[in-house]
Ligand binder design. Structure first.
Ligand SMILES: Cc1ncc(COP(=O)(O)O)c(C=O)c1O
Length: 380
């Protein structure tokens, strides 16, 4: 088998490997799409939770960050990020107080979403307590059916008017996430979902404008829709997250090639039987996620290769099953020694990143750096 750098093979496993060249290419790919269409990039940092990576995104042109959780956002605020969207419905006073106090003391442009009158009330009162102006987006449900108002919700106009009446809040615009794209059949279906999202948001924007309400921003974002879309008319901002790493989902949708995936997991073969190589990497590393948002569509829990045959189709295997600390890699017609290394591409890189402490950054197949996943586990 081919020669690989020994320092990589000497790593204790499980370990996340990041390919520095591919990271930079992925950051640039999305920034170029945004620049071409005249929209801003506000990457979702729930994917990487890492300061070194956010700095690369900002250096490439990102205008700030998107986060999902308060403590995750605070890590980035405390480390110098000054424009933050928490794209998650915040309705609990203690969390709002913690976030808004930090945003006030660091002079952060804080942007929150709502989809209920209770949410508007909670944010308005917290903003009042801290004398902080907050930009508010109304979340629109474009098909994931998770959070947000559908375009025909009879309460939509009144919710926007409630925001406008609150002195500490500024109604800024509309925000959506077409997460159902992760269940799409192929790239064409993904493009259709992106197109539908655009059309829904355009109709909602026009409805508000015809009622005399200014909609200054329209924010969309998921990696597959951004990669599949060819039109951004009326959009001001995109918020992809996964793109910095990529994983098996955009690959399954044929929106990327295998060699664009910057994220892999190094594992060790610790045992074997007639059906499987058993590796030291189970659900406590890979998670049991078969695709984002619980969408099905992929066999097993990741692609696996002998470490010195990484991404070689002739040596591709599937992680078929997981125990907590063991992975079952379905054997093909070659042997691997106990103690040898396997390199995996997980189904969903964002959840794997939240389960380990560090990234090992690889450049030209050599270990270049280790970066802390500082906000990992910050899920409140
Ligand atoms: C509200 C919101 N915006 C943006 C994103 C980023 O999507 P992706 O990771 O597909 O790029 C997510 C992902 O879950 C999200 O929930």
């Amino acid at each position: 088998m081919g020669k690989v750098d020994t320092s990589l093979l000497a790593l204790e496993t499980p370990a996340i490997l990041l390919d520095q060249g591919r990271l930079q290419a992925n950051i640039q790919l999305i920034q170029d799409i945004a620049n071409t269409h005249g929209v801003s990039v506000r990457p979702h940092i729930k994917t990487h939770k890492c300061l070194e990576l956010v700095r690369q995104q900002i250096d490439a042109g990102a205008v700030g960050i998107t986060s999902s959780k308060v403590d995750e956002a605070l890590t980035f605020i405390n480390n110098g990020i000054r424009s933050v969207t928490v794209a998650y419905p915040l309705v609990v006073d203690s969390k709002l107080d913690r976030l808004i106090a930090a945003a006030q003391s660091h002079d952060v442009d804080l942007r929150l979403i709502v989809d209920s009158a209770a949410g508007v009330n909670a944010i308005a009162q917290a903003a009042g307590r801290h004398e902080k102006q907050i930009s508010i987006f109304v979340k629109i449900d474009v098909g994931l059916h998770r959070c947000g108002l559908t375009e025909d919700d009879p309460g939509l106009l009144e919710l926007v008017r409630q925001i406008i009446r609150e002195p500490a809040l500024k109604f800024t615009g509309l925000l959506s996430h077409a997460g159902h794209v992760y269940g799409a059949k192929d790239g064409e279906a993904a493009q259709k979902i992106a197109q539908e999202e655009l059309e829904i948001l355009t109709r909602v924007r026009k409805k508000l404008e015809s009622n005399g309400i200014e909609v200054s921003e329209v924010s969309i974002g998921s990696t597959p829709t951004v990669l599949a879309s060819d039109s951004y008319d009326g959009i001001t901002e995109i918020r992809p997250g996964n793109y910095i790493f990529m994983d098996r989902t955009p690959l399954r949708l044929e929106l990327i090639e295998l060699d664009q995936i910057a994220f892999s997991v190094l594992a060790t073969v610790v045992s074997q039987n007639s059906d499987y190589f058993i590796i030291d990497t189970g659900s406590k590393t890979l998670s049991s996620d078969q695709g984002a948002h619980g969408m099905p569509g992929m066999e097993g829990f990741g692609l696996a290769y002998p470490a010195d045959r990484f991404e070689d189709k002739n040596y591709e295997m599937i992680v078929a099953k997981l125990s907590e600390e063991h992975g079952f890699v379905a054997r093909e017609d070659f042997d691997l020694a106990i103690g040898s290394k396997i390199r995996l591409i997980p189904n969903h890189s964002c959840v794997v990143a939240n389960l380990l402490d560090t990234y090992t950054v690889v450049k030209d197949e050599q270990i270049a750096e280790q970066w802390d996943i500082v906000a990992r586990g910050q899920i409140r």
